[in-house]
Design a protein around this ligand. Structure first.
Ligand SMILES: [Fe+2]
Length: 210
């Protein structure tokens, strides 16, 4: 198991002037986590988890991220009109390694993408990236997106806002690395140029783009 001393977070936010990266080696301990029981999961705790995600978690073929989803939703719900994915940063920063056995099973799971949560306020997606796989260039609405690498390495190519052809920067993120983006900052293309599989968690607000 990784220890706080070898855990690294690479973070990009609007406050870091463009694409500067910072590293922290000693994050705060994560809040205690209580594994929801099977019945609670399939009835969607907090009304958050999608049925498909809840079933996958119960089957052990996707990691149980229900607590972090609840924390993300709570942060938005209490932020009112100032709700932004920036509020996800501290929560995801403290997200430690999901259950290794469930992660191993997710690596072999035929389904490589789960929408864990989708409502007006919040969308959370768990994605496994095969070598060579990319999302394609896209933008994120005003509230923005934060993603975190849970396993392997992920590359993010940024483009001038509103364009898919004017490159701005390329960043590579190892396990624990995070980035924030919204349409005013850039568009981006996220993917995996490496030989090994990668897994990342993506959280957006609003949850449904209108
Ligand atoms: Fe994205």
């Amino acid at each position: 198991m990784k220890t706080p001393s070898n855990y690294q977070t690479t973070l990009q936010t609007p406050a870091t002037t463009g694409f500067t990266q910072t590293t922290e080696n000693s994050p705060k301990p994560q809040a205690s986590f209580h594994m929801p029981d099977r019945a609670a999961l399939v009835t969607r705790p907090f009304g958050l988890l999608t049925d498909t995600a809840a079933e996958a978690i119960v089957q052990g073929i996707a990691p149980d991220l229900s607590q972090v989803c609840a924390d993300l939703y709570t942060a938005l719900a209490t932020a009112g009109t100032s709700a932004s994915a920036i509020q996800f940063i501290s929560i995801l920063k403290n997200l430690r390694n999901p259950d290794p056995a469930a992660m191993r099973r997710f690596m072999k799971n035929p389904q490589s993408r789960y929408v864990l949560v989708q409502n007006d306020l919040l969308k959370v997606v768990l994605i496994r990236w095969a070598p060579g796989e990319y999302s394609g260039v896209h933008g994120h609405a005003k509230g923005g997106c934060v993603f975190k690498v849970l396993q392997g390495r992920v590359e993010e190519k940024r483009y001038e806002p509103g364009t898919k052809t004017r490159p701005l920067a390329v960043s590579r993120f190892t396990k624990g690395g995070m980035a924030y983006i919204d349409d005013e900052m850039a568009y981006h293309d996220v993917g995996n140029p490496y030989d090994a599989m990668a897994i990342s968690l993506h959280a957006y607000t609003p949850g449904i783009r209108k």
